[in-house]
Design a protein around this ligand. Structure first.
Ligand code: PLP
Length: 435
């Protein structure tokens, strides 16, 4: 496989764009050079050297229907002829809200729109503080809620810097973060009820709310242990704190009602983004009416020129309408095809006696290399998963026409076919044999 043209363009990019990439994770692609792409349709992508891939990155999640679905193009094309950015209300916004609220289990909720997951998570933290009048919020190690100073802590902290598991310390993921923000965050181990009780005990009356990925897609797609979510909700509420699910990945992906429907539990607030608009940049906060009230009356400020613009609302409308019209079959198929791929990969691992391990829910799951039957939180992942082996595997897969992300997360789309799955499993067997 040749990457000459990508190499030429990347050399040029390095002169123009800091590091040659517009988001840091893109530097880590399994290819020998960050690839440049020419086009993408459905489950497939073609790079500028003419190499074809089955794509499981799918924009890091947004392309729920694969790349460039016709029904979204049609809707956006039609609406954008009426203008792009109004900085005002329009009826489509209400149609999107109605469709979304019909799907989301949260009852008596209202919504607000923004343009990215990072923004909407920043908003929800501000809202939790504003509503309770408390200074801190609690997040878990291994969970990602965007790159803002207030939340970019302890996503994947080196264990020698993270303190002991009993009382983890916040580890900033970047230089240059406002040091004051560390005082506003309480870090806790996930999937551990006692750890959460301890954190509330140590910060009595100070925690405004708890934010978490209800299915931990940013670390090995870890499921909550039975009873854990109910315990988190109870402990948060007993301590006068709010609970927010960050459904930026799981929302509209694991079920129409996201992780709330999948796990059968509702929080007070929930954030959405990636899979909501088939690849267009939309984000949404949904929350109980009484909490959202202080956002509605401006007590908690939220702005944004691009919030709820014509193109993104058209795309969100087309996406949600498509999901609603398809009914439950949409998710049975999407999750089913993902589970089929997970089974195929497990079989490939068994046949080649490799440590390849999969966990997740079908429409989103993770590949790692470990001998443990299950990974339960970030520290477990950091100690027991072989990242170098995964990197070699992803590279070997790329050379066989399968594009995997550098973090091991697989995003299925409704455009992936049984043939794509079979081709991927065959590629995995060949790659694992060589490795
Ligand atoms: C769970 C979660 N929350 C928030 C974000 C931030 O979203 P964005 O990249 O749109 O800013 C991400 C992005 O990967 C995410 O996975």
């Amino acid at each position: 496989m040749k990457f000459d043209r990508s190499q030429q363009l990347f050399d040029r990019a390095r002169q123009l764009v800091a590091g040659g990439v517009s988001s840091q994770i893109r530097i880590n692609e399994p290819a020998p050079v960050p690839l440049f792409f020419d086009r993408a349709v459905g489950a497939r992508m073609w790079d500028v050297d003419g190499n074809e891939y089955i794509d499981y990155i799918q924009g890091m999640g947004p392309n729920l229907f694969g790349h460039a679905p016709e029904f979204i193009i049609r809707e956006v094309e039609k609406d954008m002829r009426k203008g792009f950015v109004y900085a005002a209300q329009f009826e489509r916004e209400l149609e999107v809200s109605e469709l979304a609220l019909d799907m989301i289990p949260l009852e008596d909720a209202t919504v607000r729109f923004a343009s990215s997951g990072t923004e909407i998570d920043q908003l929800v933290i501000r809202l939790m503080r504003g509503y309770t009048g408390r200074p801190k919020y609690l997040k878990f190690e291994g969970h990602y809620h965007g790159w803002m100073d207030s939340v970019n802590y302890s996503v994947h902290p080196p264990l020698d810097k993270a303190g002991d598991a009993e009382s983890p310390v916040p580890v900033g993921e970047s230089q240059g973060m406002d040091p004051g923000t560390a005082d506003g965050v309480v870090i806790c181990e996930w999937n551990d009820v006692e750890a959460l009780e301890r954190a509330f005990e140590q910060n009595k009356g100070e925690i405004a709310g708890v934010i978490m990925e209800p299915i931990l897609a940013n670390t090995n797609c870890i499921m909550p242990k039975p009873g854990y979510m109910e315990a988190v909700k109870r402990i948060a509420h007993e301590n006068g704190a709010l609970l927010c699910f960050d459904e930026v990945i799981t929302g509209f992906r694991v079920a129409a009602g996201g992780a709330q429907e999948y796990l059968g539990i509702t929080p007070d607030l929930a954030t959405y983004a990636k899979s909501m608009a088939g690849g267009f940049p939309v984000a949404m906060l949904a929350g109980r009416r009484e909490i959202m009230e202080i956002l509605g009356n401006g007590t908690v400020y939220h702005g944004g020129s691009f919030n709820s613009n014509v193109m993104t609302m058209a795309a969100a409308y087309a996406s949600l309408k498509h999901i609603a019209d398809a009914g439950p079959a949409f998710y049975t198929e999407l999750n089913g095809r993902g589970l089929h791929l997970m089974d195929g990969l497990k079989q490939a691992a068994a046949e080649t006696e490799s440590k390849l391990h999969v966990q997740g829910v079908g429409s989103v799951f993770s590949i790692s290399f470990t001998t443990k039957p299950e990974i339960v939180n970030w520290r477990d992942h950091a100690r027991n998963c072989d990242g170098q082996m995964y990197a070699k595997f992803a590279r070997a897969m790329l050379e066989r026409g399968v594009r995997l992300s550098s973090n091991g997360r697989i995003h299925m789309s409704s455009a992936h076919t049984d043939e794509d799955v079979q081709q991927t499993v065959d590629a995995a067997k060949a790659a694992l044999r060589v490795l």
